[in-house]
Design a protein around this ligand. Structure first.
Ligand code: NAD
Length: 479
């Protein structure tokens, strides 16, 4: 049993003031693997005080100084990437390819942010005014468990690039990942207080960050329900918020879609990260004229997926993160049948022989109406709803008939047609004929998928406040 009993404040691993202990279960075996001592409000106050004290000097650093810090952070994370992968596989249950990609992405987020800084202009003009983009102050970063390293690293990199200091509250379910990542970031030897990490539950540590008057902005990734709570709390002190929330993303197959490409894409889009992905394509919107063929192909592809222990090289779907998540997905699968949808494959219960861990059967429903709960609510497991349409207009209407707007997918052999449909989908990102990774493209949602964007220029600007100066003279600047 691993015992995680330190948090990170002002450049040091310290014992939290909080004393509550949470047990963490290995999702593959259902057995306890670690315990974590949770921080409390007092720990948040100490972390914010450290970040606040570090802020004045740090906010005045040059681009070059910030880039040097980001480079060291990248190197420190990359140096322990194999260990980071192992801890993630064990604690979270992510498959090896997913965890490897996730760690690489986390490390690279520092490099992408450096790349961004190189050409980013913090000083601009508007008419006769000089406009300076200034950092906001101390930033609160609150992250979920489904790709813990990546969220922490990309948000921290952006905050530091902007000239802010940070207090981070990772998911309490990711304590072992937090521990090793913190060791990496500590090894980067940056000034104390620039980042502080407090383990703890959402309703204590998360709520204390939301309420704290010395925090100027919150960058949050997580559920829409918690995002709303944070937004309500943040308004009291007028904190800026970036909220990356849930999704129920449509995947529109147009009549002329190349199914050899579109079916593997559709299966990957709903099973990626064992279905625990905010951008998962969980509504497959298909032409009624090709429904039978598409259903058959989806069934064959899904039945061939390998569900298993995440450390096994061939595994494509691992366990879900914990018992609550497992129970939630089971509830939705049962609800789908009650609502009148038909199971194409999968269903409730564990896959045979995997009763100990939090494994679910990849599940596909057909005869789904878009107003059913399984088509409207985020399930956060490998569950797909297939919905038929008769015309392109109807496909677009179904795709947009959702409270979410994070991501959308469209497939067609006719690029002009795909472009036309993509332009009408209400989503922060649209993928045409495939899956893509563009770390500098903005990421975030329309509607209840969130507020604001992360990554690239848009993401950095969300950590900055424009200050307009009139009557400023550059010839009188101090050297
Ligand atoms: P969650 O909302 O339950 O928790 C996210 C974080 O918020 C955790 O650190 C949690 O401790 C904290 N939290 C909980 N209650 C809080 C409160 N009252 N005040 C402040 N903080 C609080 O989400 P989760 O279960 O960890 O993650 C799954 C959810 O995250 C899904 O809904 C998924 O769609 C969403 N998600 C979104 C994105 C995105 O970028 N849009 C990415 C990944 C996950």
């Amino acid at each position: 049993m691993q015992n995680i009993h330190h948090i990170y404040i002002n450049g040091q691993f310290v014992t939290p003031h909080g004393t509550q202990v949470q047990e963490l279960i290995n999702p593959t075996t259902g057995q306890p693997r670690a315990s974590v001592v949770l921080g409390d409000e007092t720990d948040v106050h100490a972390a914010v005080a450290a970040a606040k004290a570090a802020y004045p000097a740090y906010s005045r650093t040059s681009k070059q100084e910030r880039m040097a810090i980001l480079q060291r952070m990248h190197d420190a994370v990359a140096a322990r990437s194999e260990e980071l992968v192992q801890v993630m596989v064990e604690e979270y249950g992510g498959t090896l390819p997913f965890c490897r990609a996730s760690v690489q992405r986390a490390a690279n987020s520092f490099l992408h942010t450096m790349q961004l800084l190189e050409t980013f202009d913090f000083v601009r003009t508007a008419g006769s005014a000089r406009v300076v983009l200034e950092p906001l102050g101390v930033v609160g970063i609150i992250t979920p468990w489904n790709s813990s390293y990546g969220f922490i690293c990309s948000k921290l990199a952006t905050a530091l690039a902007a000239g802010s200091t940070a207090v981070i509250k990772p998911s309490e379910l990711s304590a072992a990942q937090t521990q090793i990542l913190t060791e990496c970031l500590h090894a980067a030897q940056i000034a104390p207080g620039l980042f502080n990490i407090v383990n703890g539950s959402g309703d204590t540590v998360g709520a204390a960050i939301t309420a704290h008057r010395d925090i100027a902005k919150i960058s949050f990734t997580g559920s829409t329900a918690v995002g709303k709570q944070i937004a309500r709390g943040a308004v009291e002190t007028m904190k800026r918020v970036t909220l990356e929330l849930g999704g129920k993303s449509p995947n529109v197959l147009l009549e002329d879609a190349d199914l050899d490409l579109a079916i593997p894409t559709a299966v990957a889009a709903f099973t990626f990260n064992s279905g625990q992905a905010c951008l998962a394509g969980t509504r497959l919107i298909v032409p009624a004229s090709r429904l039978d063929e598409i259903q058959q192909r989806i069934k064959v592809a899904v039945d061939a997926l390998i569900v298993g222990a995440p450390a096994d090289a061939g595994t494509q779907i691992g366990p879900l993160v914990n018992a609550a998540q497992h129970a939630r997905v089971q509830r939705y699968i049962a609800l789908g049948t009650q609502e009148g949808a038909t199971l194409l494959t999968g269903g409730t219960g564990h896959p045979p022989g995997m009763e100990n861990g939090y494994f679910v059967k990849p599940t596909v429903f057909v005869n789904v109406r878009n107003d059913m709960a399984i088509a409207q609510e985020e399930i956060f497991g490998p569950v797909l709803s297939i919905i038929a349409y008769d015309s392109e207009e109807e496909a677009i209407a179904i795709a947009n008939d959702t409270r979410y707007g994070l991501q959308a997918y469209v497939s067609s052999r006719d690029q002009a047609r795909a472009n036309r449909v993509a332009a009408q989908l209400v989503a922060g990102r649209v993928f045409i004929n495939g899956l893509y990774d563009e770390p500098l493209a903005p990421f975030g949602g329309f509607k209840q998928s969130g507020i604001g964007r992360e990554f690239g220029t848009y993401g950095l600007e969300a950590y900055l406040e424009p200050k307009a100066m009139m009557g400023y003279s550059t010839s009188h600047e101090s050297p």
